[in-house]
Design a protein around this ligand. Structure first.
Ligand code: NOJ
Length: 498
């Protein structure tokens, strides 16, 4: 339900008094917004681009996507990227996070052919952003595997570690002169666990697929990091990490405290411990659960493949900050016989024999996947600090979905404000080093299996118009005010449309 703008202002003041925090963000804290290539670009077969997993998946019949939507045109950002730069500049974003399409740069996925038009597209975008004083934050891989690599086993083939490294080397050599923040890979838990569980992108194999993918995605990230360190750092400065999907997990009852900790380690520890912990490797508690579950199922060894000592050393310390996508919080409890089988990380886990439920009384945006639970972001970051020490955290995604055409998106305004209040509390009360915040998303876009029905944009896109007209929502106005004042204490006019 949309909240009235005036109530929003009053609520904000109340929260500030209650915790007596300042409403100001430090001068080194950066504000941005994000997108990803398949979700916006379109131009699916333009100018020599190769095909990727999603290009193929959306053509399946019957369509796995709502309304048979595809990303063939999307927001047409391949053609209209200047409009996105304009939108970002209007809000005075300090950075724009976007991703590169692997097959637009390397049509086969391999380095045998480099597509000049694709290279130029991203080069122009980077220059266009820099000309407006907007820093490019580049995700190297946001779920678009070139089909040839998919057909060769994709993320379950150990050779992908080198193939991804080769791709990363190409993009560093093209853009490292101008890009100073890199995210190698977006949300490993979604692309491995969720996609292999659901069969999104075409292959459903929930038993071994997710865990093979877990191993090689972490090694591929580390490979890309080490390549930069060894071959590019002597000449270029940059900070490199990857973007984890950080679901905050809370116990459903006081008896579930230990299970909640296990849930966090399964969800996030698996992708953090190998890189951010002192000892490296999988979280020991998860290794144990996975081994026990696998042996009980009749396997000879754990379905979570072991790392060698060399691999553990290779991954350790391969991040310069923590990239955190955070949307929501789930409660966890032991599964009951009547529960539906769990789909990790949405409804539960068979390995953990655990089920997720949503916080009671939750409100939602358009998607019922993401209960709104602002305090979760603060708890999540406190946990990261407790686990991995004083690492800088860049919030690489946070946002609320809405449905239908609606410029007066007060729910999104309230969401951003309430989550940013918790970010301030993290910094000021918990002494967490949060270095920036990214709204997902700059514009509406192709929301994967939901197609265009679920919208996340600060800017609305008219998908019926050939020029995919971009129009700022109230949230864009509000966010611009927050950025201008570096504060949540904004004038009433910020809650209305310009
Ligand atoms: C996370 C993903 O990185 C992004 O691609 C997706 O659109 C948003 N979450 C919203 O679901």
């Amino acid at each position: 339900m949309a909240m009235l703008p005036l109530q929003a202002v009053v609520l904000s003041a109340l929260l500030q008094n209650a915790w007596s925090i300042s409403s100001r963000f430090p001068s080194n804290f950066k504000f941005g917004a994000a997108s990803s290539a398949y979700q916006i670009e379109g131009g699916w077969n333009a100018d020599g681009k190769g095909l990727n997993a999603w290009d193929r998946f959306v053509q399946q019949y019957p369509s796995p996507i709502k309304n048979n939507d595809t990303g063939n045109v999307a927001t047409d950002a391949y053609r209209l990227w200047r409009e996105d730069v304009k939108a970002a500049a209007q809000m005075k974003l300090q950075f724009y996070r976007f991703s590169l399409s692997w097959a637009r740069i390397l049509p086969s996925g391999f380095t045998n052919e480099i597509n000049k038009a694709g290279v130029k597209y991203y080069s122009d975008l980077i220059d266009g952003l820099l000309a407006e004083g907007i820093e490019p934050v580049v995700t190297i891989y946001h779920w678009e595997l070139p089909v040839k690599i998919l057909d060769l086993g994709g993320w379950t083939n150990p050779l992908i570690v080198n193939w991804f490294g080769d791709y990363a080397r190409v993009v560093y050599s093209l853009y490292a002169d101008r890009v100073k923040t890199w995210l190698t890979i977006n949300e490993p838990v979604v692309m491995c666990d969720l996609f292999y569980n659901l069969g999104a992108f075409g292959l459903k194999e929930p038993v071994l697929g997710p865990f093979l993918c877990n191993k090689y995605v972490l090694l591929a990230h580390a490979k890309a990091y080490r390549i930069f360190d060894e071959e590019f750092r002597p000449k270029y400065t940059a900070r490199i990490s990857f973007a984890n999907s950080a679901l905050w997990v809370e116990p459903a009852t006081p008896n579930d405290t230990a299970l909640a900790e296990l849930g966090r380690k399964h969800q996030l520890g698996r992708f953090s411990h190998p890189i951010f912990s002192k000892e490296g490797g999988w979280p020991p508690a998860i290794e144990k659960v996975m081994l026990e579950a696998s042996l009980a199922e009749g396997y000879k060894e754990s379905r979570l493949p072991a790392f060698t000592e060399d691999e553990i050393e290779f991954m350790k310390g391969t991040a310069d900050f923590y990239g955190m996508n955070h949307y929501t919080t789930y409660l966890i409890r032991p599964s009951k016989p009547e529960d539906e089988p769990g789909i990790w990380p949405i409804t539960g886990s068979s390995e953990l024999q655990a089920t997720f439920i949503h916080p009671p009384g939750s409100t939602y945006g358009a998607s019922t996947l993401n209960p709104v639970y602002p305090v979760g972001i603060r708890k999540m970051m406190a946990w990261l600090k407790q686990q991995y020490g004083d690492i800088d955290i860049l919030i690489t995604e946070n946002g609320l979905s809405t449905s239908g055409y609606e410029l007066a998106d007060y729910d999104r305004v309230n969401f951003i404000r309430e989550y940013l209040e918790q970010v301030l509390l993290s910094m000021e009360v918990d002494n967490v080093s949060v270095i920036g915040y990214t709204v997902w998303s700059l514009t509406d876009n192709f929301e994967w299996l939901d197609g265009y029905t679920t919208k996340f944009g600060l800017y609305e896109i008219d998908f019926d118009h050939p020029n995919r007209t971009r129009t700022p929502r109230v949230s864009a106005n509000y966010y611009a005010c927050v950025i201008a004042g570096r504060s949540l204490d904004v004038q009433d006019s910020c809650y209305y449309k310009n």
